[in-house]
Design a protein around this ligand. Sequence first.
Ligand SMILES: Nc1ncnc2c1ncn2[C@@H]1O[C@H](COP(=O)(O)OP(=O)(O)O)[C@@H](O)[C@H]1O
Ligand SMILES: [Mg+2]
Length: 333
Amino acid sequence: MVSATPSNSTEAAPTCAAAIEPTQPIRIVHGMVVLDAPRVAAVPGRLGEYEVEARIARGGMGGVFLARERRTRRPVAIKVIDPELAIHPDIVARLRDELEVSRRARHPGLLEIQAFGRSEEGVPYLVMEFLDGENLGDLLDRGRLELGAAAAIGAQVASAVAALHAAGVVHCDLKPDNLHVLYQEGLAGWPATKVLDYGVAQIWGRELEDEPSIAGTPAYMAPEQWRGQAVAGSDVYSLGCVLYEMVTGAPPFGGTLPELMTSHFEALPLRAAVRRPGLRLDLDRLIGRMLAKDPALRPRMAEVARSLALVAQELPSPSWHADTFAWAVLAAG
Ligand SMILES: Nc1ncnc2c1ncn2[C@@H]1O[C@H](COP(=O)(O)OP(=O)(O)O)[C@@H](O)[C@H]1O
Ligand SMILES: [Mg+2]
């Protein structure tokens, strides 16, 4: 995860800022940018009572694998930390916090994490329900969504995150890669969707770490989150960026890291309806309110969930073919 190490010296900050992809996770520790770079983890073979079958994804700290409980053959997903990173107590604590978040809030739209374990070699891992579906980020790589799909996916995410907020947790990293669209019917005939990755979530009432750190993904981070002051409304802002991307094909702001930061602080995004002609004005207005610079001016997550569910129900539904995933999506161009 760490490719630029923070130091207390007065030397110039690492010069990586301009080369950072806007969708790449970062942490800012004492004002220095630290990359959460993808790493390659070996497929571990066996972990406790689980047999590991295949890699699903590689992430910032290791990998996510499809595995089966040996006795029941039940499929699970396992997130494993790279052995060389597993010596950092902070990283292991983040993994344990993911389990804690999942225990605090249960909702059909929230990924359930079942256990924290360690391999015989001491490598820490999380056991999670296996989500049979597709990452929203991968889906959006193929194009923007039908408006009904965008509203239904957004409504399900908002309702799940409202449950997190009610349990005292701010997700802090809502983005397409952390949303999973399932091969299963959900709201208004569109696919069920779940929120995952509680790796940088903030749990209210916890004592602040002695080393203040800011974590998130630049293309989706609210102004106050850049200052290290994430609140529930910061998730509303991030989901606003995701909705904007679902309907227009790109998040509201792009550019280098400094350009992105300035845009989130100061720039008014081009209205989504300008980039997506035919966008319903109520949806356009809702997205605009979610992207307000001042968190107090954004709607609350529960209101977002209700408004989007209404829109999803008023728009045409797909014909559902779960085996082919043929709701698919994507209004070209
Ligand atoms: N329980 C799961 N079932 C299926 N796929 C998953 C599951 N958890 C994570 N993934 C996939 O693995 C990717 C990385 O997982 P994530 O929890 O976001 O890890 P990281 O902290 O490395 O970003 C996700 O974007 C998703 O595509
Ligand atoms: Mg992630």
